[in-house]
Design a protein around this ligand. Structure first.
Ligand code: FES
Length: 224
């Protein structure tokens, strides 16, 4: 005879009203399944609301703070020269302003001033200043201004633009389909340049070297 002994399980109780009452009066130890479900659902909703609030703030913050995506104050021509004192800004060389993600260029260097007014399409002649969006119209890299030829050259695939962002026509000048895009700009009465970086106008089509509307490079070789 085996000495293996199994204790009988509790006999199931009939679900009498007395048994149910007793169950209710003795809550389950730890956390019940219902409470766990409620907590999980509440936590999920709280997380979702936090993400929505964070995303909204993230979207609005640049506009509230005057960063890229909103109004960005650049300053007077004197301010631009001072901040780029190692560069020939007075000769029309592009000055980079990271807050605006823009290059600021004097259109006609023979007139050493920004002219008060507003230019919503960013063409720049009337204000004597053009603000170019830093994004290359090909695939979005940042072209660099080259001191040798005064052009902007994209390091990614070699698109080349004159100092005012006009793309040179022809495969030899890179694959970008158009010139660099421009920001809406206002020059206040005291000569302060203010950009609206929420308003971008697409750059015009490329122009062949030698044609009106494109500035020839200062030297036959560039920086890339
Ligand atoms: Fe500028 Fe391709 S991203 S040439």
């Amino acid at each position: 005879m085996s000495n293996y002994h199994v204790e009988p399980i509790d006999r199931p109780q009939a679900l009498t009203s007395a048994a149910l009452k007793s169950q209710r009066q003795h809550p389950v130890q730890g956390i019940s399944r219902r409470r766990l479900l409620r907590l999980s659902l509440g936590g999920g909703i709280a997380l979702w609301l936090t993400e929505i609030a964070g995303g909204t703030l993230n979207f609005l913050w640049p506009n509230l703070e005057g960063g890229f995506g909103g109004i960005v104050k650049i300053g007077t021509l004197a301010d631009v020269k001072l901040k780029n004192s190692n560069l020939p800004i007075a000769d029309g060389f592009p000055a980079y302003f990271p807050d605006a993600r823009a290059f600021i260029v004097l259109v006609d260097p023979s007139r050493q001033q920004f002219v008060p007014g507003t230019d919503t399409v960013g063409e720049g002649t009337a204000l004597n200043v053009r603000a170019l969006y830093q994004r290359c119209p090909h695939l979005g890299c940042k072209p660099n201004p080259c001191l040798k030829n005064f052009w902007l050259e994209c390091p990614c695939h070699g698109s080349r633009y004159d100092r005012l962002g006009i793309k040179a026509q022809g495969a030899a000048y890179g694959p970008a389909p158009r010139s660099m895009d421009r920001f809406s700009a206002t020059v206040e009465a005291d000569g302060t340049l203010v950009l609206d970086t929420s308003k971008i106008t697409l750059g015009p089509l490329p122009i062949a070297i030698g044609q009106p509307g494109i500035i020839p490079p200062k030297s036959p070789t560039g920086c890339i």
